[in-house]
Design a protein around this ligand. Structure first.
Ligand code: NDP
Ligand code: DGU
Length: 311
């Protein structure tokens, strides 16, 4: 484990989030327990979970069965309330279910997964236009009020958001009592989110980079990524994770492959040339890889410059 991998970022709550966490989306039952054990053994202390990943029970089993046990205060565990449970009355029950599944008394960070509420039946329920059914009258600001109330229960140490753009954040910041500690968003050299990053820095919101490896696809084949990796005698994944941390974001790469889980901790400090080279990877071809519209059936993001009033 490199010294950069041991780094943590201070949140606006005063707590620290470790620079590298293990992602668990699409980590299949039967694989995620071994992945969590491998990660803890390698030195990871930060896990990124979500109810919708449908594997929190197994992550919980992994945490409970790991020996020698890691002190709870040395772990940083994140989970997220799914869009079907963002109606205010459903938020606490959703958290309690996640805590039970993960076998935890509290989370270090609980996030609103997407800035939208859909009906409990979720993405299979369609309206007459074929769109996912929205939860009527629930905005993400309403959900946030319920998130704020969780802090008094002691069951979460910090609250935050995920998949929020600048306009979502502006609306939330204008109305919140507690500012989000974290915004977890897609971020990698093909989708660097520089404007959002600057906005969050100015507002004291830590950014956590999801899909930091570009989902393990063409980003890792890019010639500039390979160039930086060769210079530092590491592999493409380590180069892009290093870039993410050096930009001030925590990174949460997912892997169920033991050697990759270990390798993803070998992040290094990059010089200015290497950073500039990776900064140019997105030029003329920036792309989002996790598209909500395919499953939500409507636009959460808003090229037109406004957030729909009813989100
Ligand atoms: N808040 C949100 O809406 C979202 C949050 N997330 C979070 O972020 C995490 C990471 O994002 P994710 O979308 O999974 O994508 P990542 O960018 O982390 O890429 C994961 C893919 O890369 C492969 N991989 C891992 N390490 C290496 C390596 N060293 N070399 C080559 N390939 C590698 C993995 O394969 P293998 O496992 O087979 O080794 C997997 O196919 C998620 O798991 C989840 O926790 C992700 C998306 C949305
Ligand atoms: O966190 C990861 C992503 O947001 C992911 O959870 C969703 O896109 C999910 O696959 C879904 O079922 O809609």
């Amino acid at each position: 484990m490199s010294s950069l991998a041991r780094h943590s970022f201070k949140l606006n709550t005063g707590a620290y989030i470790p620079a590298v966490g293990l992602g668990t989306w699409e980590s299949k039952p039967g694989q995620v327990k071994t992945a969590v054990h491998t990660a803890l053994r390698a030195g990871y202390r930060h896990l990124d979970c979500a109810a919708v990943y449908k594997n929190e029970v197994e992550v919980g089993e992994a945490l409970a069965s790991y020996t020698p046990a890691v002190l709870r205060e040395d772990l940083f565990i994140t989970s997220k309330v799914w869009a079907t449970h963002t109606a205010p009355a459903r938020v606490l029950p959703a958290l309690e279910r996640t805590l039970k599944d993960l076998q935890q008394d509290y989370l270090d960070l609980y996030l609103i997964h997407w800035p939208v509420a859909i009906t409990e039946a979720g993405s299979s329920a369609r309206d007459d236009k074929g769109m996912t059914k929205r939860e009527p009258g629930v905005s993400f600001v309403d959900t946030w009020r319920a998130m704020e109330a969780l802090l008094d229960t002691g069951k979460v140490k910090a609250i935050g958001v995920s998949n929020f753009d600048i306009l979502h954040l502006k609306r939330l910041l204008a109305q919140c009592n507690v500012r989000p500690a974290v915004n977890q968003v897609e971020l990698h050299p093909l989708f660097p989110q520089s404007e959002l990053l600057q906005f969050c820095a100015k507002e004291g919101i830590h950014v956590s980079a999801y899909s930091p490896l570009g989902r393990g696809r063409e980003l890792l084949e890019d010639s500039r990524v390979h160039g930086v990796a060769q210079r530092y005698r590491n592999d493409p994944a380590q180069a892009v994770l290093s870039w993410g941390i050096q930009r001030g974001t925590s990174v949460i790469p997912k892997s169920v492959t033991p050697t990759r889980i270990e390798d993803n901790l070998r992040v290094v400090s990059l010089d200015e040339d290497a950073m500039t080279s990776l900064d140019t990877v997105s030029t003329g071809r920036a792309q989002r890889l996790v598209e909500p519209s395919s499953w939500l059936g409507f636009t959460v993001f808003h090229g037109e410059g406004h957030v729909p009033e009813d989100l």
